[in-house]
Design a protein around this ligand. Structure first.
Ligand code: PRP
Ligand code: MN
Ligand code: MG
Length: 182
């Protein structure tokens, strides 16, 4: 891949994911949880996280309009694929890889609230608060990160690098010269 520097190792991620799972298990003890993954970035975090949660879990996914090959948000969010199941009366936990401007999660929360869940919380692995354009604050957060473009562990650049087991800072100028897909 292009020039990159490891920001969070596989080990750091694994141990933090386990802590998040323990908090969630504690907070939802005795309740069933509907875990909503936002495609595509959340898929690896969600897969690891749900295996550390020890309450009954149902999993569903939602897909929103993507940034595509861009690294900047267009500012517009649309539903491309909705949930399969109704969430009325359910305890819903939205799982995301990262909150950046906050536009995606602000929209998701607004949409899901209208469906009258019993409770609605959001768990993100990464929070990049410096770029926020909304007042969004996650209920659970793995790591607060600086304003760098990160890839790996589900996070992509132009669809690539999601399979990296650690999270890396991508140096875009150098990466562009080598990637050949921009
Ligand atoms: C990324 C990331 C979050 C969103 C965060 O998704 O996975 O879903 O952007 O940005 P925001 O807080 O500025 O809205 P992306 O649109 O790149 O789609 P992907 O998950 O398919 O990579
Ligand atoms: Mn995403
Ligand atoms: Mg993306």
């Amino acid at each position: 891949m292009g020039a990159s520097k490891v920001l969070l190792t596989k080990k750091q991620i694994q141990s933090r994911v386990r802590e998040l799972g323990q908090s969630i298990t504690y907070d939802y003890a005795g309740h069933e949880l509907v875990v909503v993954g936002i495609l595509t970035g959340s898929f690896i975090f969600l897969a690891d996280l749900v295996r550390t949660i020890d309450v009954p879990v149902v999993i569903d996914f939602m897909s929103l309009s993507s940034y595509g090959a861009l690294t900047e948000s267009s500012g517009e969010v649309r539903i491309l694929k909705d949930l399969e199941m109704p969430v009325e009366g359910k305890n819903v936990l939205v799982v995301e890889d990262i909150v950046d401007t906050g536009l995606t999660l602000t929209y998701v929360v607004e949409v899901l609230k209208k469906r009258r869940p019993q409770s609605l919380k959001v768990c993100v692995l990464l929070d990049k608060p410096s770029r926020r354009k909304t007042a969004f604050v996650p209920d659970y957060c793995g790591f607060v990160i600086p304003d760098e473009f990160v890839v790996g562990y589900g996070l992509d650049y132009a669809g690539k690098y999601r399979n990296l087991p650690d999270i890396r800072i991508l140096e875009l100028k150098k990466a562009k010269g080598q990637g050949g897909d921009e």
